[in-house]
Design a protein around this ligand. Structure first.
Ligand code: NAP
Length: 249
């Protein structure tokens, strides 16, 4: 039975590192009880839980591969078991693999689509089932500036992020009658493990194209995600906020 007097609950997928970690901590600081989803790194996820608890909120770590629909159902069940409700879903877990179009393997295509598209769809379906009864909810999809900008080597990745933007708009329209908002943030280059793999000279090249002349931080993404998640953005739905230091202008 849901209790409306307790703190709202946010589930962040892929929250053991990078952008997801920063979002989980930010939402915890804002008073949400947080489900910290991870795929493999239990110690890192537990460290995120500890940081949220130290800041005065509640959190649990739940292992699930969100590209697997059965594991997503278990993740939602464990969310409800822990906190009794779900108010915010942050679809964040994603992978990037840069390959020239002729070198793209079926394995890369499958992995990117399974996590970056299907994972978002499975999590959203399950979350919406929990949000219906309350007639209120907020879903934030982490997209990418690569959905708007042609980056050589990212045919698969940019396709998946373009799909995220499309599902954000469609779901926003479908779910508005049920009080559920759906928005996305499209980060540019953000300093995380994901971009550590980019060779130094390539990074320098990218920096030249960024008007603000630096990569973004995970905290800067988390600030936007928290704004989109909460009532500060209560009249905003179906939008993709591009957070790229001006790169795509
Ligand atoms: P990251 O540092 O590589 O972290 C990825 C996170 O996803 C980890 O917590 C990882 O958990 C989790 N994960 C991986 N596979 C998973 C699965 N199958 N199920 C559940 N969790 C899984 O990534 P990031 O750079 O923070 O990127 C996060 C999101 O931002 C992605 O959607 C990415 O496309 C987007 N983005 C990033 C940038 C950037 O510059 N970094 C720019 C634009 C968009 P474990 O460690 O436990 O495996």
């Amino acid at each position: 039975m849901e209790n409306n007097n307790v703190a709202p609950v946010a589930l962040v997928t892929g929250a053991s590192r990078g952008i997801g970690r920063a979002c989980a901590i930010k939402l915890g600081q804002k008073g949400y009880r947080v489900v910290v989803n991870y795929n493999s790194n239990e110690a890192a996820a537990q460290e995120v839980v500890d940081a949220i608890v130290a800041a005065g909120s509640e959190a649990v770590a739940v292992k699930a591969n969100v590209g697997d629909p059965a594991e997503v159902k278990t993740l939602m069940r464990e969310t409800i078991n822990a906190f009794g409700q779900l108010d915010v879903l942050v679809n964040n877990a994603g992978i990037v693999k840069d390959e020239f179009v002729l070198m793209m393997t079926s394995d890369t295509i499958d992995k990117c689509i399974d996590l970056n598209i299907k994972g978002y769809l499975y999590c959203t379906q399950q979350a919406v089932l929990k949000m219906f009864s309350k007639k209120k909810g907020s879903i934030v999809n982490v997209s990418s500036v690569s959905s708007k900008l042609a980056v050589p080597g990212q045919s698969v990745y940019s396709s998946t992020k373009g799909a995220v933007n499309a599902m954000t708009a469609t779901m926003a329209k479908e779910l508005a009658p049920y009080g559920i908002r759906v928005n996305a943030v499209a980060p540019g280059f953000i300093a995380t493990d994901m971009i550590d793999d980019i060779p130094e000279e390539k990074r320098e090249e990218y920096l030249k194209d960024i008007p603000l002349k630096r990569f973004g931080t995970v905290e800067e993404v988390a600030n936007i995600v928290a704004m989109l998640a909460g009532d500060e953005s209560s009249y905003l739905t179906g939008q993709v906020v591009v957070l790229d230091g001006g790169l795509s202008l």
